[in-house]
Design a protein around this ligand. Structure first.
Ligand SMILES: *Cc1c(COP(=O)(O)O)cnc(C)c1O
Length: 545
């Protein structure tokens, strides 16, 4: 057993075993640093992803008969990292975070004591951290922290699922025993994340009972359409159960009008004697902007530029009413720059958990004791990673102002990018509101975005423009090691001049997520696009003229 004990940290805190662990960590940090190159997106060389790449791995995979040395094990791990994308200034594709140092350390502390967030007796550190961040963040968004509750869960998608589970159980407490009633309906914007789609599937409500609501030009939910569709459901005997209010759509950062949604649900509840309709704010993308809810734009202590303030003030107005939602989510592993998975599901009133909590007789091994007072028997997970610790560390190290600086910079860089892009490239249009994301669309000739919006371009031409953008995405995608732009095949749906069928609009995406994506980089981003567009136009014209 002595040999096997060597594979573990010490129990007595001796320096020798500590130094050994530190030396491996040091090796890993140094080797990863050696692979970094600010002019590239990847750490070292990308592996050759031949068609049989994963097949070869499947064939040769085998657990070694005798364990490898730690040095060899570290070496093998570092092999995996080679060619990995690294979220430096060249990454402008999606909401992928670069975990900040505090969050890495927070994670490490959690791993070292390996607390189980299921029960405070088994994981006191994570339990306390979870309670503390729940209160901190409740105060930011305007939930009463003495009645709100929350827990970390499996992502923004997990938060949607958990909220739907609460909505069902609150509406039909018997459904835990008898199954989900047949006539329940959920509503979401047609640009909402597919989280709800999966959740209605998995809860048994069924996709047919998920009603997609149309959008406004700013990519927020159209409330007239919501009201009409809810009325239709009621008229045909259905029960409106749940509305998903997206606060920052995944591609375009559209923000639904939560106060407006709440007004509609209240009116309908009164008029038709309905149970309260559950509202979940899907703030996975935008939730971090609640950090500006109390920012004083007159004093402007961070001396943010006027244009940046204009956007943030608009957010302040919209996120002010997020506390009307029954629940919301903070996805720190998006704009909050922490490792996966660090998502806090926040619930306005802890009473809601009563409907989904297990009876003590169902949990004979944990919780059911005089010692320990925090047992999360209401989560869908049993054992839970204490990811609250990474969030906690991050909140402490950044503070309100640190996060405000980070979040304001995303906006600042996007404003500069939009201006430069439209100045430098004639055949482009920016197709969403100013936000941490810029969506843009290229045209074979002059931009037709305004005509497309007015639905006066022919189906054939819109399809051709989509194709044009698709091909360009492939071309710049090959060079993603230089700068990696994102793209989407459904920024939104639009009708065309000669068809009532709505078709998806393709667009490119600029998503500044790295703290290293600063205003100084904007020339390089636009230069890259311009250079490739010039080349692309040449081949395009040769092919089509
Ligand atoms: C990313 C995203 C989700 C899913 O979040 P995960 O943390 O990836 O599970 C849900 N909703 C919206 C709006 C998102 O942008």
């Amino acid at each position: 057993m002595k040999d096997i004990q060597q594979l573990f940290p010490s129990v007595d805190g001796n320096a020798l075993q500590r130094e050994e662990l530190v030396s491996y960590i040091n090796t890993i940090l140094s080797k990863v640093d050696e692979l970094k190159d600010p002019s590239k997106l990847t750490l070292g060389e990308m592996p050759d992803y031949t068609e049989d790449f994963y097949n070869r791995i499947i064939k040769q995979a085998q657990i070694p008969q005798n364990g490898l040395s730690m040095e060899k094990t570290v070496e093998k791990l570092l092999d995996l990292v080679k060619g990995h994308r690294y979220v430096n200034q060249n990454y402008v594709a999606n909401a992928a975070p670069l975990p900040n140092i505090a969050s890495i350390i927070g994670n490490l502390v959690m791993v070292l004591v390996n607390g189980n967030n299921l029960w405070d007796v088994e994981g006191p550190a994570a339990a306390t951290a979870e309670i503390e961040i729940t209160s901190m963040l409740s105060k930011i968004i305007g939930y009463d922290s003495s009645i709100s509750t929350g827990y970390t869960t499996w992502g923004g998608q997990g938060a949607v699922f958990n909220s739907l589970r609460l909505a069902i159980a609150r509406h039909a407490p018997e459904s835990n025993k008898t199954g989900v009633p047949k006539n329940l309906y959920c509503f979401c914007s047609e640009l909402s994340h597919y989280s709800l789609y999966k959740s209605v599937e998995a809860t048994g409500i069924g996709i047919d009972n998920m009603i997609r609501v149309g959008i406004n030009d700013d990519h927020s939910m159209n409330l007239d359409d919501l009201k009409e569709k809810m009325e239709d459901v009621i008229a045909s005997g259905g029960v409106p159960l749940y509305v998903l209010a997206t606060m920052g759509t995944t591609d375009t950062f559209g923000i639904d009008d939560l106060a407006g949604i709440k007004r509609i649900t209240e009116v309908l509840e009164q008029k038709h004697q309905l149970d309260p309709i559950y509202i979940h704010a899907d703030s996975a993308m935008g939730g971090m902007y609640t950090f500006f809810n109390d920012y004083d734009f007159t004093e402007n202590p961070l001396k943010l530029e006027e244009q940046v303030c204009t956007v943030l003030q608009d957010y302040q107005e919209k996120f002010q009413s997020i506390n009307l939602a029954d629940s919301m989510v903070f996805d720190f592993h998006k704009l909050g720059q922490t490792p996966y998975i660090t998502s806090l599901f926040l619930i306005k009133d802890k009473e809601y958990l009563r409907y989904v909590d297990l009876d003590a007789s169902e949990t004979p091994y944990v919780g059911n004791r005089g010692y320990g007072s925090y047992h999360t028997s209401y989560t869908l997970e049993c054992s839970r990673m204490g990811s609250a610790m990474a969030i906690y560390a991050s909140l402490l190290a950044f503070g309100m102002e640190g996060y405000q600086e980070l979040l304001a910079n995303y906006i600042r860089v996007n404003i500069a990018f939009r201006e430069k892009l439209q100045k430098q490239i004639p055949n482009v249009s920016v197709t969403n509101e100013i936000s941490p994301i810029t969506t843009f669309r290229f045209y074979p000739e002059a931009s037709k975005w305004n005509e497309e919006l007015r639905e006066s371009v022919s189906l054939e031409e819109v399809v051709e423009i989509n194709q044009f953008n698709d091909e360009f995405a492939e071309i710049i995608g090959v060079e993603r090691d230089t700068i990696f732009f994102g793209n989407t095949k459904k920024q939104r749906l639009l009708k065309t001049a000669n068809s009532s069928q709505r078709i998806p609009i393709y667009a490119h995406k600029f998503f500044t997520i790295s703290p290293y994506s600063t205003i100084e980089e904007v020339d390089r981003y636009v230069g890259f696009l311009k250079q490739h567009m010039d080349l692309f136009m040449k081949t395009y014209e040769q092919t089509f003229v």
